[in-house]
Design a binder for this molecule. Structure first.
Ligand code: PHE
Ligand code: ZN
Length: 857
């Protein structure tokens, strides 16, 4: 099953399929090495239907094919078949054989720990049977599963079962990528939910026997998601059952198959002893995300894969709103901005840059990116801000009403908002069709009475709408103008603040000598209202004023972050000591009990090494990974030395008061307490971490303690203890692997990763385990970039080794190479060599070869 020469798919080439599919019947006779799939599919020609029909199919053994009951002999190709068909509606019947047991790519029908399961997005259904495997072909499915396994599941509602079989019917027309089947020895944790329309829905979370004690949080998250989607978006569930199944081997996080979501067990299984606060938050968000897809993705799907962000951007926006309502809106916004800046800005600045709606691809699996997901969500968020909540809600209602049951495009989605706004919103749509992060420069002009802001954007492909939420602070930090949205629509605009009416009005460019005395200070891009690189020309003193006083928590945090980053850069490039005033300001925030502990923990978080490297590269300097790593240590020492007293008090004061609860408050307290512990250990040594490791009643603190011990080289006993406790719990053992690689310095991360790949519990066929060890090494900046090239070599060796078994997993691991042009000549040369070695591997998958080709440019 070798890949043919890479073929580029273009948006401009989109053509509808020539037939409607009116009915799909599938029968599965399950056997690990030889599963038979019988399909009965009714096709009805459209006006433009040709005389021959092409169906997708990969790795299938065709046993028989009939049209209207008469045997036919289709022409078989490596990626499907073609066959003569009548010019009227007809019945296609085919029987194929597939081997789920040998399916290591985890696409199509495969097995995970004895459980049959499927993954069909984006193009996995063609590995199950011959079909027009494209999202704009939607049909109702009926499925019969024949097997002796106790639990047999598919999409829709159950319609019958008996010894050795079960039948399902999904009345909602769906594309093939939402098909799912599960069969195995599973146990459910169940609940019932009554929808706003009065439908009783049976909810089940299915796991392997033994894991049923760790399903409660996922089930509870599902119930809250269903209620919230009714309340907030008026979206009601539409089947009698909703099943979630957890499997250990899964390439992604989870999948929204209609009525039968399949999850990576990492996003289902949780108890205080096994899951961290971050895991709980992740489970809540992913359960919600997949559930929300029922409307944004399933009821309304994508016309073609170029429209992926239609479902993903919108659904991420919805899950972000959900988390904001369940937890802290301010903290969630900071977390999302952190991810966007770290991963999406980086992607947009390098060789993998693409618009949220790309217009070409070779392998669609390579486009499940932070740009499509997170930037896609930012675009929806900006649309909501520029329209205002009511108009946005009306536009979304129109979208749901108009496109329900159809496969839509970004243009059709956008048209709903243009219509209700009565405005073409010209320039806004470039957010979907152009790549790159806009640079926005703001300059100020104060004439003693009036403040004027001049705002300019530098963007690829013409000016975009850039909504900037702006407020004004007085000289003592008091708010003198509340948040107002100024939307930049052209390359440049000027606004002046009119105090008498408390409004901003557009004006011409200011002239005259600017004054400084008594000038108000603008707080710009509050709440990260636009995902841009902002240059506001602020002094450190102004940043400290915002950091200490702004009413907008995002900008407070961001000002602190800018100060710390400037100090970090100074330390790395000029060996300058961290600025005491910055550290003092940080200390005041960390000590301020009036602030949310979660926010204070975020204030203590230092920019990542990769973030510093990116900043240096943007300033035209060559980042030195070792200097950055030592710079971080020294910064930590400086903070610890200055704040030790406060941190000791915090550590004591924040000790748990009751049993562990995975809510936002508890998580915030633990985050701050663990940040204090980690910082303090620099001056106080490992004792507190040792004590915490053995006393903690939850994984969050235990893991934080273990990480400190690893960093101090004092973790041997704790590591052995951890392994002994959790060696039979794969999701927890993954943490044990990842932490060891992530918590050591420089090239030791590579040695550790290499050593762990030889550990008896390392299993290179399990994506989660591979990502724990190799993924962590690749994200370890000083490790991956260690000067001897060992990180690059280990990465290349493993990518080449994993690629034949699991192309998606291998291709995903190439992405840390995207920054290769940032570094010195030696490193660049070694990275290029590693990439070229991967590129020249025999039979390299389309997935990995596209990634490597794009990275090399
Ligand atoms: N559609 C899934 C989601 O966003 C992600 C996914 C993509 C899963 C492709 C598997 C394969 O929820
Ligand atoms: Zn999704």
């Amino acid at each position: 099953m070798k890949d043919t020469a890479p073929r580029t798919t273009r948006l401009a080439d989109y053509r509808p399929f020539g037939w409607r599919v009116t009915e799909v019947h599938l029968t599965f006779r399950l056997a690990p090495g030889a599963t038979r799939v019988l399909s009965r599919i009714r096709f009805a020609p459209l006006d433009h239907a040709p005389a021959r029909m092409t169906l997708d199919g990969e790795g299938l053994t065709l046993i028989s094919a009939l049209i209207d009951g008469a045997p036919v002999s289709p022409d078989l190709t490596t990626d499907g078949l073609t066959v003569d068909v009548p010019p009227a509606p007809f019945l296609w019947e085919a029987e194929v054989e597939i081997a789920p047991e040998g399916n290591t790519a985890l696409e199509g029908l495969y097995m995970s720990g004895g459980i049959y399961c499927t993954q069909c997005e984006a193009e996995g259904f063609r590995r199950i049977t011959y079909y027009p495997d494209r999202p704009d072909v939607m049909a109702p499915f009926t499925v019969r599963i024949e097997s002796d396994l106790p639990v047999l599941l598919s999409n829709g509602n159950p319609t019958g079962s008996g010894p050795g079989f079960a039948e399902w019917h999904d009345p909602w027309p769906k594309p093939s990528y939402l098909f799912a089947l599960v069969a195995g020895n599973l146990v459910a944790t169940s609940a019932s939910f009554q929808t706003a329309e009065g439908r009783d829905v049976e909810l089940n979370v299915w796991v392997r026997p033994g894991d049923e004690g760790r399903t409660g949080y996922a089930l509870d998250s599902l119930i809250r998601s269903m209620r919230w989607d009714e309340d907030r978006f008026g979206r009601v569930y539409d089947l009698d059952v909703f099943n979630i199944v957890a499997v250990d081997d899964f390439n992604a996080g989870a999948m929204e198959n209609k009525g039968l979501n399949i999850f990576n067990s990492k996003y289902v299984l949780a108890s205080p002893e096994t899951a961290t606060d971050r895991d709980f938050e992740g489970i809540e968000a992913v359960v919600a995300h997949e559930y929300f897809h029922n409307w944004t993705g399933n009821r309304i799907t994508c016309r073609d894969w170029f429209q992926l962000c239609l479902k993903e951007g919108l659904t991420v926006y919805r899950d972000q709103e959900f988390t904001s309502d369940m937890r802290s809106r301010a903290v969630k916004r900071i977390e999302d901005a952190l991810l966007l800046r770290a991963a999406q800005f980086r992607e947009d600045a390098g060789p993998l840059a693409h618009p949220p709606r790309p217009d070409t691809y070779v392998e669609i699996n390579n486009f499940y990116t932070v740009t499509v997901y997170e930037k896609g969500a930012e675009v929806v968020r900006m649309l909501a801000s520029v329209l205002g909540p009511e108009t946005f809600a009306t536009g979304l209602e129109l979208y749901f009403a108009r496109h329900d049951g159809h496969a839509a495009t970004i243009e059709e989605f956008f048209a709903c908002f243009q219509e209700v706004a009565g405005d073409t919103l010209d320039g806004f749509a470039r957010w979907w069709t152009e790549a790159g992060t806009p640079r926005v420069t703001v300059s100020r002009h104060w004439d003693g009475e009036t403040l004027t802001l001049s705002v300019r954007q530098e963007t690829l492909g013409g000016p975009r709408w850039i909504p900037l939420a702006v407020g004004l602070l007085g000289p003592d930090g008091e708010e003198i103008a509340p948040t107002t949205l100024l939307t930049l629509k052209d390359t440049e605009a000027h606004w002046r603040y009119v105090p008498s009416t408390a409004t901003w009005e557009t004006c011409s460019a200011p002239n005259g000598q600017p004054k400084t005395d008594g000038a108000p200070l603008p707080s710009i891009n509050r709440g990260f209202s636009a995902p841009v690189l902002l240059e506001a020309g602020m002094t450190d003193a102004e940043r400290r004023l915002i950091f200490g006083h702004d009413t907008d928590p995002f900008n407070r945090w961001d000002a602190g972050r800018q100060l710390i980053r400037a100090g970090f850069i100074g330390l790395v490039t000029e060996d300058r000591e961290p600025d005491p005033e910055t550290l003092a300001a940080m200390g005041r925030a960390v000590r301020d009990d009036a602030l949310d502990p979660a926010f204070r923990a975020l204030v203590m978080g230092l920019p990542s090494d990769d973030d510093i490297a990116q900043t240096l590269a943007e300033a035209g300097r060559t980042p030195d990974p070792d200097l950055i790593e030592t710079g971080r240590e020294r910064l930590r020492e400086a903070i610890a030395a200055l704040l030790a007293g406060d941190l000791r008090r915090l550590y004591a004061d924040l000790a748990p008061v009751g049993p562990y609860r995975p809510d936002a408050d508890g998580a915030g307290r633990r985050a701050l307490r663990c940040a204090a512990l980690s910082c303090l250990s620099v001056v106080d040594g490992p004792d507190a971490a040792r004590a915490l490791y053995s006393q903690a009643d939850n994984m969050t603190e235990r893991l934080a303690a273990l990480s400190v011990l690893l960093r101090l080289g004092a973790a041997e006993d704790a590591l052995a203890d951890f392994h002994a406790r959790w060696s039979r719990t794969p999701d927890v053992l993954d943490k044990w692997f990842a932490l060891q690689v992530g918590s050591v310095k420089g090239s030791r991360a590579v040695e550790t990763a290499l050593r762990l790949t030889r550990h008896p519990d390392f299993d290179w066929r399990r994506p989660n385990r591979v990502r724990s060890v190799l993924g962590t090494m690749l994200r370890h900046h000083a490790g991956f970039h260690s000067a001897d090239g060992a990180g690059y070599k280990v990465a290349a060796d493993w990518i080449v080794r994993l690629d034949p078994a699991n192309p998606q997993l291998a291709a995903g691991l190439t992405s840390p190479f995207q920054t290769w042009r940032r570094y010195d000549g030696d490193r660049q040369g070694m990275m290029r060599d590693a990439l070229e070695r991967i590129a020249s591997a025999d039979g390299l998958s389309r997935d990995t070869s596209e990634m490597v080709g794009r990275i090399l440019g």
